[in-house]
Design a protein around this ligand. Structure first.
Ligand SMILES: *[C@@H]1O[C@H](CO)[C@@H](O)[C@H](O)[C@H]1NC(C)=O
Ligand SMILES: *[C@@H]1O[C@H](CO)[C@@H](O)[C@H](O)[C@H]1NC(C)=O
Ligand SMILES: *[C@@H]1O[C@H](CO)[C@@H](O)[C@H](O)[C@H]1NC(C)=O
Ligand SMILES: *[C@@H]1O[C@H](CO)[C@@H](O)[C@H](O)[C@H]1NC(C)=O
Ligand SMILES: *[C@@H]1O[C@H](CO)[C@@H](O)[C@H](O)[C@H]1NC(C)=O
Ligand SMILES: *[C@@H]1O[C@H](CO)[C@@H](O)[C@H](O)[C@H]1NC(C)=O
Length: 642
């Protein structure tokens, strides 16, 4: 549309670039005989310089290539050195392709280049030590396979650099002292490499930094109080390293800092006073360190705090009762802190609270906890696993959690029943009351919770039949009711035992659609209508007293990945229709009273023999061979009489 004629030298350079690729680029042609344009200024992803923007004396410069933008085009092959001849290039953007090989130093001499984005490719080798790009603002090689040291002279000829992203590579060694020469840099991303050693003092000279991302490395040593010199810092992530010692008391100087994550390090000592009084902090995560002392947050000062994660530390003392005065505070993770306390009465006024975890925090008195927390009108997620040992789950009919979406109270040895008051939580999506001592029957009203897609009642002492209503759970029948918008990340631990390190989900929507009623004393049969649960991924009915046949209709659960019916009293055949469950990766019918041939089919071949053991009458590849006499007299292959 610019109607420019491309410069012939630039056309040659692009030909060279094209020859380096294994794939072709639609709309790029230089063959005179073809009907396509040999004017590279018309090609997709190319912008040329026009004389209009130049002034009359530069007319000869018109038609020079200034932008090469070919992100997300599935290109593979090498980045040819001939690109170095595009000496008017301002933007080179090849993000999200499969380009490989090393980067020739000659490529890094483009004196007009402002943006170099090679992120999300397969570039490898050492990073060139000499870069001479005096106009460069953005250097992005995020998510490649570079290794070796970060060049000490990286910034020596990058006077205009604003953004450096080297994250998600294999850089090792320490952060070079020369990083101090990147003086204009605002974004420095070194996350997810193999960097070790301590942070060089020179890094604290980068006073323009607004984002410093060092997470997921092996950096160690104390965090210098010179950190306070980075007064423009907005986001600081040093999580998942090996930093130790005290967190420096520099947060009054960092008065633009809104995001601070230092989780999973070896910090000890108390939370610094300036951090407890930060006016700017919005998200604070100090999870998984060995911080000690009382938790204190000055809510009169912390007016921007929205997310607080102090889980897995050695804090002592009581639950801070002033937290409802932090008027923007929405999510709190206090898992694995030994409080030995009740939830403070003041939490009744916690109107901003949406997500709360006190998992494994020695909380006592579940009656009082629920009575208080029901007043938090915006509470959506409540995780109370591993507390209240041997108390009784209250059944007070007046309890009401109007907006609750996630309730996890597992592993508490709770007595009582599935409480009726939960039927007042119409938005419930995820309910986990597993590993308790709850008794009685499973209430039919669970089936009318239209958003419920994850139900774990395993390892209790429930009796009676599986309510038929569970076969019509709306969100498991059709996708329309699927879980909506993701909420801010909040760590849920799926594993119930105390030695964590299990699966962690940060979003309710990451949980697989599941019904787990295993390890109870349920009887009756399996409803054929379970086949209607087309969205269900996991059905676990292991270890109950279920009897009757396995319904052939179960083949309707087309998303099913796990089906465990073992350790029941099921009889009859394994319906051949189950081979249609093409996503099934875990299957067991062991220890029942099943008989007849084990169905054959792609999926079934992959299951171990143990999936079928403990059934006297089963035969086939996974058991003893099927002799004619083993088959049912009405088998279709051997007609004795016509
Ligand atoms: C370029 O402009 C010339 C005249 O200014 C016109 O004749 C020609 O058709 C244009 N070419 C394209 C490809 O638009
Ligand atoms: C940083 O820049 C200065 C001045 O250009 C130079 O003398 C010094 O060697 C550079 N540091 C490193 C580590 O390259
Ligand atoms: C806790 O932090 C340590 C030290 O960084 C790390 O090795 C460990 O994996 C972390 N644990 C969890 C559960 O994140
Ligand atoms: C809490 O913050 C307020 C407002 O900044 C301040 O006036 C007060 O002194 C602080 N209290 C403590 C104990 O630090
Ligand atoms: C639980 O808390 C309530 C209200 O604070 C109190 O009345 C009750 O005695 C407590 N129960 C136990 C067992 O501590
Ligand atoms: C059932 O829960 C108890 C704790 O209440 C636990 O020790 C046991 O391992 C669990 N059993 C199964 C099969 O999950």
């Amino acid at each position: 549309s610019q109607n420019l004629t491309c410069n012939s030298n630039d056309l040659k350079a692009l030909e060279g670039f094209m020859r380096g690729l294994e794939s072709s680029i639609d709309g790029w042609k230089w063959n005179e005989s073809s009907s396509f344009s040999s004017n590279c200024c018309d090609w997709v992803g190319i912008s040329c310089k026009s004389s209009v923007s130049l002034g009359l004396d530069d007319v000869n410069e018109s038609g020079r290539v200034v932008e090469l933008e070919l992100g997300r085009r599935k290109l593979s092959g090498k980045l040819s050195e001939s690109v170095a001849k595009l000496d008017q290039l301002k933007v080179l953007n090849l993000t999200h392709n499969s380009l490989s090989g090393s980067i020739a130093a000659s490529l890094l001499n483009l004196s007009n280049l402002e943006v170099l984005d090679l992120s999300s490719n397969d570039f490898s080798g050492l990073f060139p030590s000499l870069i001479n790009l005096p106009s460069l603002r953005v250097l992005n090689v995020y998510e490649n396979s570079f290794h070796g040291l970060i060049p000490a002279s990286l910034c020596n000829n990058l006077p205009r650099i604003r953004e450096i992203d080297l994250a998600m590579n294999y850089f090792d060694g320490s952060i070079p002292v020369g990083i101090g020469n990147c003086s204009s840099v605002e974004y420095l991303g070194l996350a997810s490499n193999n960097l070790s050693g301590s942070i060089p003092q020179e890094l604290f000279q980068l006073s323009n930094l607004s984002v410093l991302a060092l997470q997921n490395n092996r950096l160690s040593g104390a965090l210098s109080s010179k950190l306070g010199k980075l007064s423009n810092l907005g986001r600081l992530d040093i999580s998942s390293n090996k930093f130790s010692g005290k967190i420096p008391d520099v947060f009054l100087e960092l008065n633009k800092l809104w995001y601070f994550s230092a989780q999973s390090n070896l910090f000890n000592g108390e939370m610094p006073r300036s951090l407890s009084n930060s006016r700017s902090i919005s998200l604070l995560s100090l999870r998984n360190n060995t911080l000690s002392g009382q938790i204190y947050l000055n809510c009169s000062a912390m007016t921007n705090l929205t997310s607080l994660d102090l889980a897995s530390n050695s804090f002592s003392g009581s639950i801070p009762s002033n937290l409802p005065n932090c008027l923007r505070l929405k999510t709190i993770n206090f898992a694995k802190i030994k409080f030995i306390a009740q939830i403070p009465e003041s939490f009744k006024n916690f109107q901003s609270l949406t997500s709360l975890s006190f998992s494994n925090s020695s909380i006592q008195n579940i009656s009082s906890a629920l009575e208080i927390l029901q007043h938090c009108q915006n509470l959506k997620t409540l995780v109370l696993t591993l507390n209240f040992q041997k108390e009784e789950l209250p059944s007070v009919p007046s309890l009401q959690f109007k907006n609750l979406k996630v309730l996890i109270i597992a592993s508490c040895q709770l007595r009582g029943t599935v409480p009726q008051w939960l039927s007042n939580s119409p938005s419930l999506q995820l309910l986990d009351l597993s590993w308790n001592q709850l008794s009685g029957t499973i209430p039919p009203w669970l089936g009318s919770l239209n958003s419920l897609f994850y139900l774990d009642l395993s390892n209790n002492t429930f009796i009676g039949e599986i309510p038929h209503s569970l076969t019509s759970l709306q969100s498991l029948v059709s996708k329309e009711n699927a879980v909506e918008e993701p909420s801010p990340d909040f760590p849920f631990f799926k594993k119930k035992n105390t030695n964590a390190g299990g699966l962690q989900y940060n979003q309710p929507s990451s949980f697989p659609p599941m019904i787990d009623l295993s390890y109870n004393s349920l009887n009756g049969s399996i409803w054929p209508e379970f086949g209607d649960l087309r969205q269900l991924h996991v059905l676990n009915l292991k270890n109950n007293n279920l009897s009757g046949n396995i319904p052939a209709n179960l083949s309707g659960m087309t998303s099913l990945e796990v089906l465990d019916l073992s350790h029941n009293n099921l009889s009859g055949n394994i319906p051949p229709s189950l081979v249609k469950l093409s996503f099934l990766s875990t299957f067991s019918v062991a220890y029942n009273k099943l008989s007849g041939p084990i169905p054959t089919g792609v999926q079934f071949q992959t299951f171990p023999n143990s999936s079928f053991e403990g059934n006297q009458g089963l035969c086939g590849e996974h058991a003893s061979p099927c002799h004619i006499t083993d088959q049912s007299p009405h088998g279709s292959h051997h007609h004795h009489h016509h």
